[in-house]
Write a protein that binds this ligand. Structure first.
Ligand code: GRF
Length: 218
Protein backbone atom coordinates (compact mmCIF):
# COMPACT_ATOMS: atom_id res chain seq x y z
CA UNK A 1 0.00 0.00 0.00
CA UNK A 2 1.56 3.25 -1.18
CA UNK A 3 0.46 6.05 1.11
CA UNK A 4 0.34 9.73 0.30
CA UNK A 5 0.13 11.82 3.47
CA UNK A 6 -1.20 15.37 3.30
CA UNK A 7 -0.26 17.69 6.15
CA UNK A 8 -0.46 21.36 7.10
CA UNK A 9 1.43 21.42 10.40
CA UNK A 10 3.10 19.46 13.16
CA UNK A 11 2.90 15.99 11.65
CA UNK A 12 2.55 13.84 14.77
CA UNK A 13 0.07 11.56 13.00
CA UNK A 14 2.53 11.27 10.13
CA UNK A 15 5.23 10.34 12.67
CA UNK A 16 2.92 7.67 14.12
CA UNK A 17 2.44 6.19 10.64
CA UNK A 18 6.19 6.17 10.02
CA UNK A 19 6.95 4.45 13.32
CA UNK A 20 4.22 1.86 12.79
CA UNK A 21 5.75 1.07 9.40
CA UNK A 22 9.21 0.81 11.01
CA UNK A 23 7.85 -1.48 13.73
CA UNK A 24 6.18 -3.77 11.19
CA UNK A 25 2.68 -2.93 12.51
CA UNK A 26 1.63 -1.30 9.24
CA UNK A 27 2.46 -3.03 5.95
CA UNK A 28 2.76 0.10 3.83
CA UNK A 29 5.19 2.69 2.61
CA UNK A 30 4.83 6.44 2.59
CA UNK A 31 5.50 7.33 -1.03
CA UNK A 32 5.00 11.08 -0.65
CA UNK A 33 4.25 13.73 1.97
CA UNK A 34 2.58 16.89 0.66
CA UNK A 35 2.10 20.08 2.62
CA UNK A 36 0.14 23.14 1.54
CA UNK A 37 2.31 25.16 3.95
CA UNK A 38 6.07 25.50 3.41
CA UNK A 39 6.78 25.82 7.15
CA UNK A 40 4.88 22.69 8.27
CA UNK A 41 7.04 20.95 10.89
CA UNK A 42 5.91 17.58 9.53
CA UNK A 43 7.97 18.20 6.37
CA UNK A 44 11.18 18.02 8.41
CA UNK A 45 10.00 14.81 10.07
CA UNK A 46 9.36 13.27 6.67
CA UNK A 47 12.68 14.45 5.23
CA UNK A 48 14.52 13.06 8.28
CA UNK A 49 12.94 9.68 7.53
CA UNK A 50 14.04 9.88 3.90
CA UNK A 51 10.47 10.30 2.60
CA UNK A 52 9.98 12.46 -0.52
CA UNK A 53 8.16 15.70 0.22
CA UNK A 54 6.41 18.36 -1.85
CA UNK A 55 5.09 21.77 -0.92
CA UNK A 56 2.01 22.71 -2.93
CA UNK A 57 0.80 26.08 -1.62
CA UNK A 58 -2.93 26.48 -2.10
CA UNK A 59 -2.52 30.24 -2.58
CA UNK A 60 -0.61 29.65 -5.82
CA UNK A 61 -3.74 28.29 -7.56
CA UNK A 62 -6.73 30.24 -8.86
CA UNK A 63 -9.32 27.99 -7.20
CA UNK A 64 -9.81 24.82 -5.18
CA UNK A 65 -10.20 22.63 -8.26
CA UNK A 66 -6.85 23.75 -9.69
CA UNK A 67 -5.14 23.18 -6.32
CA UNK A 68 -6.72 19.73 -6.08
CA UNK A 69 -5.59 18.87 -9.63
CA UNK A 70 -2.00 19.73 -8.64
CA UNK A 71 -2.29 17.50 -5.55
CA UNK A 72 -3.65 14.63 -7.66
CA UNK A 73 -0.82 14.97 -10.19
CA UNK A 74 1.83 14.86 -7.44
CA UNK A 75 0.24 11.85 -5.74
CA UNK A 76 -0.18 9.98 -9.03
CA UNK A 77 3.47 10.67 -9.92
CA UNK A 78 4.37 8.94 -6.67
CA UNK A 79 2.03 5.98 -7.44
CA UNK A 80 -0.02 6.67 -4.30
CA UNK A 81 -3.00 4.35 -3.77
CA UNK A 82 -4.33 5.56 -0.41
CA UNK A 83 -4.32 9.18 0.80
CA UNK A 84 -4.20 10.15 4.48
CA UNK A 85 -5.25 13.60 5.65
CA UNK A 86 -3.10 14.00 8.76
CA UNK A 87 -3.84 17.51 9.96
CA UNK A 88 -4.44 18.79 6.42
CA UNK A 89 -6.45 21.99 6.78
CA UNK A 90 -8.01 22.27 3.31
CA UNK A 91 -11.33 20.96 2.06
CA UNK A 92 -11.07 18.68 -0.97
CA UNK A 93 -13.29 18.94 -4.04
CA UNK A 94 -14.60 16.14 -6.28
CA UNK A 95 -11.57 16.77 -8.53
CA UNK A 96 -9.51 15.17 -5.79
CA UNK A 97 -12.04 12.72 -4.34
CA UNK A 98 -12.98 11.22 -7.71
CA UNK A 99 -9.29 10.48 -8.32
CA UNK A 100 -9.11 8.34 -5.14
CA UNK A 101 -12.62 6.95 -4.63
CA UNK A 102 -13.09 5.55 -1.10
CA UNK A 103 -9.33 5.83 -0.64
CA UNK A 104 -9.00 9.11 1.26
CA UNK A 105 -8.85 8.80 5.06
CA UNK A 106 -9.07 11.57 7.66
CA UNK A 107 -8.36 11.69 11.39
CA UNK A 108 -10.59 14.07 13.35
CA UNK A 109 -10.23 14.92 17.06
CA UNK A 110 -13.88 14.43 18.09
CA UNK A 111 -16.58 11.78 18.00
CA UNK A 112 -18.28 12.69 14.74
CA UNK A 113 -20.89 13.85 13.94
CA UNK A 114 -20.21 15.98 17.05
CA UNK A 115 -17.85 18.90 16.64
CA UNK A 116 -16.81 18.82 12.97
CA UNK A 117 -14.50 21.44 11.50
CA UNK A 118 -11.69 23.38 13.11
CA UNK A 119 -10.67 23.18 16.77
CA UNK A 120 -12.93 20.29 17.69
CA UNK A 121 -11.35 20.06 21.15
CA UNK A 122 -12.28 23.68 21.97
CA UNK A 123 -15.76 23.07 20.57
CA UNK A 124 -16.24 20.07 22.89
CA UNK A 125 -15.08 22.07 25.93
CA UNK A 126 -17.24 25.07 25.07
CA UNK A 127 -20.24 22.79 24.68
CA UNK A 128 -19.68 21.26 28.10
CA UNK A 129 -19.43 17.72 26.73
CA UNK A 130 -18.20 15.07 29.19
CA UNK A 131 -16.88 12.64 26.61
CA UNK A 132 -15.20 13.28 23.30
CA UNK A 133 -12.57 11.38 21.36
CA UNK A 134 -11.41 10.84 17.83
CA UNK A 135 -12.75 9.45 14.58
CA UNK A 136 -11.08 7.95 11.54
CA UNK A 137 -13.32 8.24 8.50
CA UNK A 138 -13.38 8.12 4.73
CA UNK A 139 -13.50 11.57 3.22
CA UNK A 140 -16.38 12.89 1.16
CA UNK A 141 -17.03 16.41 -0.12
CA UNK A 142 -18.41 17.66 3.21
CA UNK A 143 -16.54 18.85 6.29
CA UNK A 144 -15.81 15.72 8.35
CA UNK A 145 -18.98 14.04 7.06
CA UNK A 146 -17.67 10.86 5.39
CA UNK A 147 -18.36 7.28 6.53
CA UNK A 148 -16.89 6.42 9.94
CA UNK A 149 -14.23 3.68 10.07
CA UNK A 150 -13.46 3.68 13.81
CA UNK A 151 -13.87 5.80 16.93
CA UNK A 152 -12.17 6.05 20.32
CA UNK A 153 -13.62 7.83 23.35
CA UNK A 154 -11.71 10.15 25.67
CA UNK A 155 -13.05 11.75 28.89
CA UNK A 156 -13.21 15.49 29.46
CA UNK A 157 -12.01 16.20 33.00
CA UNK A 158 -12.71 19.10 35.33
CA UNK A 159 -10.16 21.82 34.75
CA UNK A 160 -9.29 20.72 31.22
CA UNK A 161 -8.26 23.46 28.85
CA UNK A 162 -8.01 23.03 25.11
CA UNK A 163 -4.38 21.93 25.22
CA UNK A 164 -4.86 19.41 28.03
CA UNK A 165 -7.78 17.85 26.19
CA UNK A 166 -5.95 17.82 22.84
CA UNK A 167 -2.98 16.12 24.53
CA UNK A 168 -5.28 13.40 25.92
CA UNK A 169 -6.89 12.78 22.54
CA UNK A 170 -3.72 12.83 20.42
CA UNK A 171 -2.23 9.43 21.41
CA UNK A 172 -5.64 7.89 20.71
CA UNK A 173 -5.57 9.48 17.25
CA UNK A 174 -2.20 7.94 16.53
CA UNK A 175 -3.35 4.45 17.55
CA UNK A 176 -6.67 4.65 15.74
CA UNK A 177 -5.24 6.00 12.49
CA UNK A 178 -2.53 3.35 12.27
CA UNK A 179 -5.05 0.63 13.08
CA UNK A 180 -7.48 1.81 10.38
CA UNK A 181 -4.72 2.00 7.79
CA UNK A 182 -3.66 -1.56 8.64
CA UNK A 183 -7.26 -2.68 8.08
CA UNK A 184 -7.28 -1.00 4.68
CA UNK A 185 -3.95 -2.65 3.80
CA UNK A 186 -5.46 -6.01 4.79
CA UNK A 187 -8.55 -5.47 2.61
CA UNK A 188 -10.88 -5.50 5.64
CA UNK A 189 -12.89 -2.40 4.73
CA UNK A 190 -16.15 -2.65 2.84
CA UNK A 191 -18.01 0.47 1.80
CA UNK A 192 -21.73 -0.22 2.06
CA UNK A 193 -23.64 1.96 -0.41
CA UNK A 194 -26.62 4.05 0.75
CA UNK A 195 -29.65 1.82 1.33
CA UNK A 196 -31.98 4.39 -0.21
CA UNK A 197 -31.67 7.72 -1.98
CA UNK A 198 -30.75 10.38 0.56
CA UNK A 199 -29.24 7.97 3.10
CA UNK A 200 -25.53 7.59 3.80
CA UNK A 201 -22.86 5.21 2.68
CA UNK A 202 -21.32 3.43 5.68
CA UNK A 203 -18.20 1.39 6.27
CA UNK A 204 -18.07 -2.17 7.58
CA UNK A 205 -14.76 -3.47 8.88
CA UNK A 206 -14.64 -7.25 8.74
CA UNK A 207 -13.41 -9.11 11.81
CA UNK A 208 -12.30 -6.07 13.81
CA UNK A 209 -13.63 -4.06 16.73
CA UNK A 210 -14.01 -0.49 15.55
CA UNK A 211 -14.85 1.28 18.82
CA UNK A 212 -12.63 1.91 21.79
CA UNK A 213 -14.38 3.03 24.95
CA UNK A 214 -13.29 4.90 28.03
CA UNK A 215 -10.65 2.92 29.85
CA UNK A 216 -10.26 0.35 27.10
CA UNK A 217 -6.91 -0.02 25.44
CA UNK A 218 -7.06 0.17 21.65
C1 GRF B 1 -4.84 16.32 14.81
O1 GRF B 1 -5.48 16.65 16.02
C2 GRF B 1 -5.84 15.82 13.80
O2 GRF B 1 -6.88 15.08 14.36
C3 GRF B 1 -6.38 17.10 13.24
O3 GRF B 1 -5.27 17.95 13.14
C4 GRF B 1 -4.30 17.56 14.11
C5 GRF B 1 -3.03 17.27 13.37
O4 GRF B 1 -1.96 16.97 14.24
N1 GRF B 1 -7.07 16.85 11.98
P1 GRF B 1 -0.61 16.45 13.64
O5 GRF B 1 -0.16 17.46 12.57
O6 GRF B 1 -0.81 15.08 13.06
O7 GRF B 1 0.35 16.43 14.81
Amino acid sequence: MNLGVLISGRGSNLAAILSAIDDGALPARVALVVSNKPDAAGLARAAAAGIPTRVIPHGAYPDRAAFDAALVAALRDAAVSVVVLAGFMRLLTPVFLDAFPDRVVNIHPALLPAFPGVDAQAQALAYGARVTGCTVHLVDAGTDTGPVIAQAAVPILDGDDRDALAARILPREHELLVRALAWIAAGKLEVVPPASPGSRATVRVHGERTWFGLGSEP
